[in-house]
Design a protein around this ligand. Structure first.
Ligand code: PGA
Length: 264
């Protein structure tokens, strides 16, 4: 899928919905007409993967998971391995979402192992990085993000890797980062990725991953965010549960993608 000018719009449904509601939402998303310049995916809770997979049959919408275990299988009660997700029809896995880093104490090294497990099983890994409110206020955020990137990104399989910048203070808070905030951090992320990619070019992994933004993306701010040339798509939480808001975000991506093509 790698950077082709296509924008990636991913919905993270988190721990929401009943089976029936997840199926209905998936059916609505599956029925959306999405232009080829935009790739859309949804990540329901594990228990809803089968119903959502069924509803997405015949559509181009990607099925994804919100996390995976770093090992392919074994005695890991309550966990789900990447081979199981691939078998279920998943195309992507989110790794290192701040809610996992915070509530499950996932370290960047674990996040890298999860991303590696996903890629090894043919899935795209969406690795999240982002600073806490305290780190933003103390002015250390660029260093924090750089460290997360250097520790969380897998070396192999760059063509299946996406990074998502998710400032913790903007997630679920209704506070969106400003365009200037997003540009500053995305530029820094790109510099680090460039450096890492150069360092690993000798290993044959010269692809530069896509960089998404996530954090209170809504119908009314999606166009501003997606118009930024440093943004390759968005990871949407709350608004992805509202079919009309999610559809509006996809429309914003289509509008931005068509303008980008004109510029190119
Ligand atoms: P939000 O979540 O859109 O509800 O802020 C974003 C995320 O968790 O990626």
């Amino acid at each position: 899928m790698q950077p082709t000018g296509q924008l990636l719009i991913l919905g993270n449904w988190k721990m929401h919905l009943t089976q029936q509601a997840a199926g209905q939402l998936a059916a609505t998303v599956a029925a959306l007409k999405v232009e080829r310049r935009v790739v859309v995916g949804v990540a329901p809770a594990f228990v809803h993967l089968p119903i959502v997979a069924d509803m997405l049959i015949g559509s181009d919408i990607w099925l994804g998971a919100q996390t995976c275990h770093e090992q392919p299988e074994g005695a890991f009660t309550g966990d789900v391995g990447a081979p199981m997700l691939a078998d279920m029809g998943c195309r992507f896995v989110i790794a290192g979402h701040s809610e996992r880093r915070q509530f499950h104490h996932e370290t960047s090294v674990q996040v890298r192992r999860k991303a590696e497990a996903a890629i090894k099983n043919g899935l795209h890994a969406v690795v999240c990085v982002g600073e806490t409110p305290e780190q933003r206020e103390s002015g250390t955020y660029l260093n924090v993000i750089e460290k997360q990137l250097r520790e969380s990104l897998p070396i192999a399989g760059r063509d299946k890797l996406t990074v998502s910048y998710e400032p913790v203070w903007a997630i679920g808070t209704g506070k969106t980062a400003t365009s200037a905030d997003i540009e500053e951090v995305h530029r820094h992320i790109r510099t680090v990725l460039h450096d890492l990619t150069l360092r690993h070019a000798a290993l044959g992994n010269a692809e530069v991953p896509r960089v998404l933004y996530g954090g209170s993306v809504k119908a009314n701010n999606a166009l501003d965010i997606l118009t930024l040339p440093v943004v390759d798509g968005v990871l949407v939480g709350g608004a992805s549960l509202d079919p009309s808001a999610f559809a509006a975000i996809i429309k914003a991506a289509e509008a931005s993608a068509s303008n980008r093509n004109k510029v190119m």
